[in-house]
Design a protein around this ligand. Sequence first.
Ligand SMILES: Cc1ncc(COP(=O)(O)O)c(C=O)c1O
Length: 393
Amino acid sequence: MSSDESFYRIQKLPPYVFSVINEMKARARADQQDVVDLGMGNPDGATPAPVVAKLTEAAKNPRNHRYSMSRGIPQLRNAIVARYQKNYGVTLDPEHEAIVTIGAKDALAHLMFATIGPGDVVVSPNPAYPIHQYGVIMSEGHACMLPMPDAATFLNGLEDLYRKGPAPKMILVSFPHNPTTTCVDLDFFKSLIALAAHHGTYVIHDFAYADLCFDGYKAPSILQVDGAKEIAVEIFSLSKSYNMAGWRVGFCLGNRKIIAALARIKSYLDYGVFQPIQIASIIALRECEADTREICLNYQKRRDVLVDGLCRAGWHVAKPRGSMFVWAPVPEAYRAQGSLEFSKLLMQKALVAVSPGVGFGPMGEGFVRFALIENEHRLRQATRNIQRFLQTA
Ligand SMILES: Cc1ncc(COP(=O)(O)O)c(C=O)c1O
């Protein structure tokens, strides 16, 4: 879809780099070619059956067909607060410290819209999920990108930034991280909160991959840090933890001031998620922890198949501790061409769709991202195709 570049905000939003690969994929499929699609992070699994059953039941009740509440029904806010207490030992007030959002993406975009104004600086790692930087740009803030080859380097860069100039208004992070798969422990968050609190900076933590952790690792919530609520909010989503990406349910939790700002903006913009979806989401949060564990184990098995297969093909890639991605350096022989050209080659010669790292920002160049959204059999097929391509090229 082309858009009129004369519109003020549209000028600031370049066309999605990923659309190039998507178009190639669509053409290949139209030619009956069997593409293994590891491009977009769109979960392929089913939502747990009790959640779907509850949706069907609730949808039959006309009382649920009306406008809902833009900040979410109280029972759903109670359910997320109970989950935080149980999983992280974090106590939240469902009235003032929790709000339901239309997925994490809505939470991020509207949070920026609510809190950032012209010239406000928001620091985040790059590469990143695009809305982390474009949400700031759309709000006319200044997106300050710090490289994140690893979490410690990001923290050092942040300390440096504070030493050199005025404090940013906000820091936006996300671990397990998309696309680099970087994971952190609670000490990282303790340092980050201490640093931000000292300088009066707010912190947003996008926890979209909260439950996708492997080999015994458990991702910490930033709200586990003492005093975090004074300056931080966390965004949690049902999309990945419960295979509910299409349902559009997320939460923003923590700092009252930020949540009140988001609630105000949302009260003008929406009437909340369709109420039967909110009711069904309560079942996910209360009853589907076993499903989450199974979803996670499935990604772990896929990770092993993909990484082991790539290694056999001579492409050595580290196994991530979390997320639903594998972040792979472009093989040396192709590095000079860049990640977009290499992704096109993978598509044409190996019939495997991946996301070029540059699509996640300038610091993503030199990498491609595999999303673990096809089954083990298809992943084996992908690595065999890649092996053939790398050997014959
Ligand atoms: C880091 C990150 N945050 C948020 C989202 C979007 O989550 P939601 O489906 O809840 O909007 C994604 C989706 O891929 C993501 O990678």
